[in-house]
Each structure stands twice: as structure tokens, then as C-alpha cells.
Design a protein around this ligand. Structure first.
Ligand code: HEC
Ligand code: HEC
Ligand code: HEC
Length: 114
């Protein structure tokens, strides 16, 4: 009798935890970021989730919401170019220096002229 209750509880727990993993919203595969006068940036979001793994490398600085960087800059919660310099370029440069696979560091490789 008791064992049955424990099993039921365990089963329910497994269901809930696997559902929580399955519904984690990974966001868009590709995101177009606003780069002001320099031109927009095509950001390969899922590629970064695979190479960076820890969401918080980026999402501790801005939340998991579409258009949030632009909004936070408008609200002066983030400075212009802060994400670019302190997150994107910081990592790309460090990896380049370490001789690892890295993203672009040249302006025109990220900013697309329209
Ligand atoms: C290398 C940086 C980076 C990493 C790592 C990263 N994200 Fe994002 N994420 C972004 C950017 C940039 C945006 C777009 C913000 C904006 O539009 O201002 C974004 C937006 C989102 C959004 C909003 C919806 C959308 O796609 O527009 C969700 C949800 C999200 N991320 C989930 C995740 C999850 C879950 C992880 C970890 C598995 C993750 N992100 C890892 C950079 C990253
Ligand atoms: C790794 C990609 C990447 C590279 C390389 C890059 N940028 Fe950016 N840039 C961004 C992102 C993302 C933003 C928007 C977020 C922010 O303002 O931090 C941005 C924003 C900007 C802005 C702010 C525009 C505005 O009015 O809000 C300027 C100016 C800019 N970049 C200039 C440059 C210059 C000059 C270079 C070359 C030295 C360069 N960027 C290289 C990704 C990049
Ligand atoms: C913690 C490290 C890290 C951060 C943070 C990061 N990147 Fe990258 N990025 C990489 C690596 C590693 C690659 C190379 C992946 C590969 O080619 O396998 C890459 C590749 C890229 C590429 C080329 C991808 C392609 O389509 O071939 C672009 C563009 C880029 N990053 C832009 C950005 C922008 C914009 C941000 C900030 C919002 C950012 N990255 C933040 C590590 C990072």
C-alpha cells in the first residue's frame, strides 16, 4: 500500500520535471538585432545556445524577451554598445586569442549594411 503511494508520487514528479524541461522556451533560431546607424545584426541564437550552453552568459544581462536590448537602451538600463562590447565582442576576442572557434570581431561581419 505504502509503496504504491510512493510510486505514484515519484511518477507524478517525473512527469512534471520532464514537462518543465520540454517546455523551456529556447526562443527564435535567428534574431535580427538593432545596430542603429551601423546596420542590423543577424544573430544565430540557437547556434550560440549550442556553443555557449549557459543561457545566463547573455541572459543575466538582459531577459529572455524579444526586443529587450533595444527597450533597455531606451530606458537607459543599458548603454548603447554595452551588449556588443561587454558580451558579444568580449567573448569573440577572448576565444580568438585562445585560438578557439570564435565569432567575428570585424564591424562589417556583424553589422549588415542595408
Ligand atoms: C550568446 C548570447 C545568448 C545566449 C547564450 C542565449 N541567448 Fe537567448 N537571446 C539572446 C539575444 C541577443 C536575444 C534577443 C534580445 C532582443 O531581441 O533584444 C535573445 C532572446 C531570447 C528569447 C526571446 C524570444 C526570442 O527569441 O526573440 C528567449 C525565449 C531566449 N532568448 C531563450 C534563451 C535560452 C533558453 C537560452 C539558453 C538555452 C538562451 N536564450 C541563450 C542571446 C542569447
Ligand atoms: C559580434 C558582433 C558585432 C561586431 C563585430 C560589432 N558590433 Fe556593433 N553592435 C552589435 C550589437 C549586438 C549591437 C546592439 C547592442 C548594443 O548596442 O550593445 C551593436 C551596436 C552598435 C552601435 C550602436 C548603434 C546605436 O545607435 O544604438 C554602434 C555605433 C556599433 N555597434 C558600431 C560598431 C563598430 C564601429 C564595430 C567595429 C569596430 C562593431 N560595431 C562591431 C554587434 C557587433
Ligand atoms: C561566450 C561566447 C560568445 C558570446 C557571448 C557571443 N558569441 Fe557569437 N560566437 C561565439 C562562437 C564560439 C562562435 C563561432 C561558432 C561556430 O562557428 O561554430 C560565434 C559566432 C558568431 C557569429 C557568426 C555565426 C554564423 O552565422 O556563422 C556571429 C554573427 C555572432 N557570433 C554574433 C554574436 C553577437 C551579436 C553576440 C552578442 C549578442 C554574440 N555573438 C555573443 C561565441 C560567442
Amino acid at each position: 500500500m505504502k509503496i504504491r503511494v510512493i510510486w505514484t508520487v515519484l511518477l507524478i514528479f517525473c512527469f512534471i520535471s520532464s514537462a518543465a524541461v520540454a517546455v523551456q522556451n529556447k526562443g527564435s533560431k535567428e534574431i535580427k538585432l538593432d545596430g542603429g546607424k551601423k546596420g542590423p545584426i543577424s544573430f544565430a541564437h540557437h547556434l550560440h545556445q549550442n556553443v555557449v550552453v549557459d543561457c545566463n552568459v547573455c541572459h543575466s544581462i538582459f531577459p529572455k524577451e524579444q526586443g529587450t536590448i533595444k527597450d533597455l537602451i531606451a530606458q537607459k538600463e543599458l548603454k548603447k554598445k554595452q551588449v556588443m562590447n561587454k558580451t558579444c565582442l568580449k567573448c569573440h576576442r577572448a576565444k580568438k586569442k585562445a585560438g578557439e572557434d570564435h565569432g567575428p570581431t570585424a564591424c562589417s561581419a556583424c553589422h549588415i549594411k542595408e
